[in-house]
Ligand binder design. Structure first.
Ligand code: ATP
Length: 285
């Protein structure tokens, strides 16, 4: 039996889109905006909606193979343990990997540092027909860079406008940008970091630096607030993803991607050959 999509009382894009009232410091990270189902219902629905996402993504890929230059770009930002990796594994993992352009952005390399900060971003943009996934992104340039004063305020403060202009150009050239900021509570983060220190299969995810960053949460909150206030635009709005419940963040981002793909109104590309002729040739072959 099909799962109940109507468990969304408000469609995910509307329920999660940033508004002028969005306040990072006041977010309920355990909430499930727009969704009335519980964990069981959410997990069952994810399987079903994952199949819908996969079918839409196949159409995007097929069109790309036929010359369509449009693409979708998922931008994931979030503090350590907010579940960005889980989105890649459990949401993007539902689609054909041939159609995915994945990129993650860590501390810039010497080569990257020698270029403008958008250089490495532009090099990683999805090609036509691809679904791009950025695990961290150009927003690090106004998050970690701002919090740690890696460049003077006069420099990072100009980047919001620059990023908006860059994304506008990207959207105008046919990339649908889906921006998700994932938030976990400090308590949930502590539980997840604790697990990483207790389970041999999780040690690899632990980075001692995560504890230092955690202590800077108030400064990060301010930096995230500025990002949401200054860079949520018509062409590239931000969505706030409460991420204490992993099942919800995965379902929510699946819905956001389905919505982005549906808005492209994709059809299967028409054949560039004569079907009857090819059938006859095949019959004789
Ligand atoms: P994650 O923390 O995302 O799971 P990780 O611990 O494996 O990943 P990397 O992906 O190698 O580490 O790097 C992530 C780190 O790089 C984060 O601490 C992030 O803030 C930092 N970073 C990303 N972009 C920049 C930048 N432009 N300048 C400085 N630091 C950056």
């Amino acid at each position: 039996m099909g799962q109940d999509v109507s468990l969304w009382t408000t469609p995910a894009p509307d329920a999660l889109r940033v508004t002028p009232e969005t306040t990072v410091a006041a977010l309920d990270t355990r909430s499930t905006p727009g969704f009335t189902g519980d964990k069981k219902a959410g997990e069952l629905l994810l399987v079903e909606r994952g199949a819908v996402l996969s079918a839409l993504q196949e159409k995007l890929y097929a069109n790309g193979r036929s010359g369509d230059t449009r693409s979708v770009l998922l931008v994931l930002q979030g503090m350590d343990t907010s579940g960005k990796g889980g989105i890649v594994r459990h949401v993007i993992g539902q689609v054909d990997p041939q159609g995915v352009d994945h990129a993650s952005f860590g501390v810039p390399t010497a080569e990257e540092k020698a270029h403008h900060y958008l250089w490495r971003i532009k090099n990683a943009l999805p090609k036509g027909g691809q679904m791009g996934v950025f695990d961290r992104s150009h927003y690090e340039e106004v998050l970690v860079v701002r919090v740690h004063n890696l460049v003077p305020a006069e420099v990072w403060s100009t980047r919001y406008d620059e990023i908006n202009a860059f994304e506008k150009e990207l959207a105008d050239s046919g990339t649908t940008i889906v921006k998700c900021a994932m938030f976990v509570s400090l308590d949930e983060q502590k539980a997840r970091l604790t697990e990483r220190l207790e389970r041999p299969d999780k040690y690899w995810k632990f980075n001692p630096n995560d504890i230092d960053e955690r202590l800077l949460w108030p400064a990060y909150q301010e930096a995230y607030q500025a990002v949401l206030d200054k860079t949520s635009t018509e062409h590239a709005p931000w969505h706030v993803i409460p991420a204490d419940r992993k099942w919800f963040s995965r379902l929510a981002i699946t819905e956001l991607l389905i919505d982005a793909l549906e808005r492209l109104q994709l059809d299967w590309p028409p054949p560039d050959f004569d079907i009857e002729h090819e059938k006859q040739r095949l019959a004789r072959a």
